[in-house]
Design a protein around this ligand. Sequence first.
Ligand SMILES: [Fe+2]
Ligand SMILES: [Fe+2]
Length: 410
Amino acid sequence: MTAKKNMTFEKDQTAKLLQITESLNHIKDIDALLDRILLEARKFTNADAGTIYLVDNKKLKFAYVQNDTLIKKDTIYNKYIYKYHEMDVNKNSLSGYVALTGKSLIIDDAYQIPKNIPCTFNKSFDEKSNYRSKAILTVPLKTSAETVVGVIQIINAKDKKGNLVKFTQQDKLLVTYFATNAAIAIERAKMTRNMILRTIKMAELRDPRETGEHVNRVGAYSIEIYEKWAQSQGLSMEEIKKFKDVLRIAAMLHDVGKVAISDTILKKPAKLDKNEYEIIKYHTIYGARLFKDPTSDMEVISAQVCLSHHERWDGHGYPGKIKNIYADDIKIAGGKKREEIPVSGRIVALADVYDALISRRVYKNPWPEQKALDYIKEMSGRQFDPEVVHAFFSIYDIIKAIKDRFKDEA
Ligand SMILES: [Fe+2]
Ligand SMILES: [Fe+2]
């Protein structure tokens, strides 16, 4: 079997591998990329299942799971059984062991691990899903600095007839190749995220009106409102989870365009006059411009939020439809209406206004909670999307918890 597999590799696989590497280079979104890397690694090794775990806070988290056998059994439970689990980086699981040692591991039968390999196989997932893992190939995702950022695990190799077979050294090489690609992508995504978090810090320092806690609250309110709204739209859990990840950061960046507004306006310790207010409207456009040529969903959604968080459901917001946000002579006139405004903008609009109303600002006292809630109700269908308002009120207990968690310093 091994000899035959190697022969075919020589002939066809190299060309295919090059082709796939080329197409991977065109995937900008990290989630889509890692999902595709897992799929290709499985295809090359003809494996039934596979998982990519990511290291997060010294834990391994299931990030991407594929399983041909379980997906055929059509319960939703099966599809998500592996999601949102985590395990420690230690010898109590194969992936934990590989993350710990940084060394790849080929196991012929997960239920009979050779005595010279000092780790155990975690059977709990097999038990929950009624699956039988046999041959397992586990490879660390290592960055150029040799840091393990995750693990890719490929399960149950099959021959052409569908019989279970062992993984080979050749398979290990192939999966290591994909693992390197995945590690580079993860490292790049982390850099983008860190850059964005630093940008948020910088914007906070510029604008005394926007405290760090305000930004944290708006991020948290927004993702919770989104989750509720998305459930009512029937979006899948996977889609919701993916969007929540990017929406939090994007929502935190809503006012980042204020970095381009002059200090005299930004730091004025009073309400802005009409002229100043007109100038400050441009922070929406300046913000969106920061994300020119986006390389991730996070940047795309951040641009959306920056541009549209002052639009109103009834069309009386700003900046409205602008053909080219990079033009020199942009005139702000007439807002976007209803669904013309992206849902990210509709949600952040409500989260931002609610938080601004109930917070103290240099020029105003905080509104009493009930007054703010009455205002939001009154503005449903006018300033705010009624469905978003509905989602807000149906998770109001979570909103209150977020408020308590990110309190302004007295
Ligand atoms: Fe704003
Ligand atoms: Fe704000």
